[in-house]
Design a protein around this ligand. Structure first.
Ligand code: UT7
Length: 323
């Protein structure tokens, strides 16, 4: 049986760091509130003119280098993003040009914070059916462009970054299963809206849309839904909680991550946490966390990984991976 195996990971963060102390000077908030309620201490923010594809490119190159592959060997390119460079061409096509890849299929996936898990699920099918032999799958965001910097309920959460993986066929285990879901009935709880008439260029980076969230309701749905998808994923594989070596969760809020870890009976030492340093980078958050733990040596070949995410839509998903 052919599996899609992750042969390389990479990530990239813009240089500029925005700390909680910086935010204290921008809105009515405090470092202690942000740490206690979210676990976030700092986040990275793209420079003016630094677009999603600019963050995706170094992440992609790092993943290709780790896999020992050249860009011209890529025969499928998927970018998961909520913040594309333009309405069209897709960020995947713009990235394809930057990487010097010609002719491979390239397209974006929009599933907000679950985008990378969706993209992984699609790419896995291409590899398993033999339709692709070297897939580059990226989650990349410049969410700072759609944050309302006057809204303390959301501006302390979201941030920019990119993470990437290379998938190739393998007879050894790789991705064992992926599970993706959506329910548009909840579209209004986490959405983008047009700016109010009194919005200023300073409060809105691109002036077209900004994030609006009913945080507490999203929080409860996220905890319940992630608890359910963990069971669905393990049941499908006939595995138990004890078989998971590493939980690699979407990095939205440390309290949501802790609730999922509790449900799995996993000590926090087996959970990859980057939300403290990266904030919520939406589609980039899972591959960023994965690359962090691969590069620092925590995740080893043969480990069983559970990736999960929840986001606007609502969308949610998971992937079970023998790394
Ligand atoms: O990635 C996609 C999925 N997204 C998520 O999973 C996010 C889910 N939601 C959350 O992470 C949390 O709901 C938040 C971090 C957004 C908010 O935490 P909370 O514990 O749910 O707080 P809350 O919304 O119930 O607000 C509690 C209080 C309110 O004040 P009052 O009404 O009790 O006086 C808020 O106005 O905290 C206030 N508040 C703040 N205070 C200081 C809200 N944001 C801030 C802030 N600083 N930044």
């Amino acid at each position: 049986m052919i599996h899609a195996r992750i042969t390389g990971t990479g990530s990239f963060l813009p240089e500029r760091i925005l700390t909680n102390q910086d935010l204290e000077r921008m809105v009515d908030t405090s470092d202690s509130w942000i740490r206690e309620r979210t676990g976030i201490e700092q986040r990275h923010i793209a420079e003016t003119g630094q677009l999603t594809s600019d963050l995706a490119e170094p992440a992609a190159r790092a993943a290709l280098a780790a896999a020992g592959r050249r860009p011209d060997e890529v025969d499928l390119l998927i970018v998961a993003t909520t913040t594309p460079d333009r309405v069209f061409p897709s960020t995947a096509c713009l990235l394809q040009q930057k990487l010097g890849i010609h002719g491979s299929p390239a397209f974006d996936i929009q599933a907000v914070c679950t985008g990378f898990v969706y993209a992984l699920s699609v790419a896995e099918k291409f590899i398993k059916t033999g339709a692709a032999r070297c897939a580059l799958v990226i989650g990349a965001e410049t969410l700072s462009r759609i944050v309302n910097w006057n809204d303390r309920g959301t501006c302390v959460l979201f941030a920019d970054g990119a993470g990437a993986v290379v998938l190739e066929p393998s007879e050894e285990a790789g991705i064992l299963s992926t599970h993706i879901h959506a329910d548009g009935a909840y579209e209004s709880l986490l959405t983008t809206v047009k700016p109010p008439p009194d919005a200023t260029p300073e409060s809105l980076a691109d002036g077209t849309a900004f994030i609006e969230m009913r945080g507490n309701e999203v929080f409860k749905m996220a905890v319940n839904t992630l608890g359910r998808i963990v069971d669905e994923t393990l049941d499908a594989a006939g595995l138990s909680y004890a078989d998971i070596d590493w939980l690699v969760p979407h990095q939205a809020n440390i309290r949501i991550i802790q609730a999922t870890a509790r449900k799995l009976g996993m000590p926090m030492e087996r959970v990859v946490v980057t939300v403290n340093r990266h904030g919520n980078t939406s589609a980039a958050s899972v591959p960023l966390a994965l690359d962090t733990a691969v590069r620092d040596g925590r995740i080893q070949r043969g480990d069983m990984l559970l990736l999960e995410a929840f986001g606007g839509g609502f969308t949610w998903g998971s992937a079970l991976i023998r790394y």
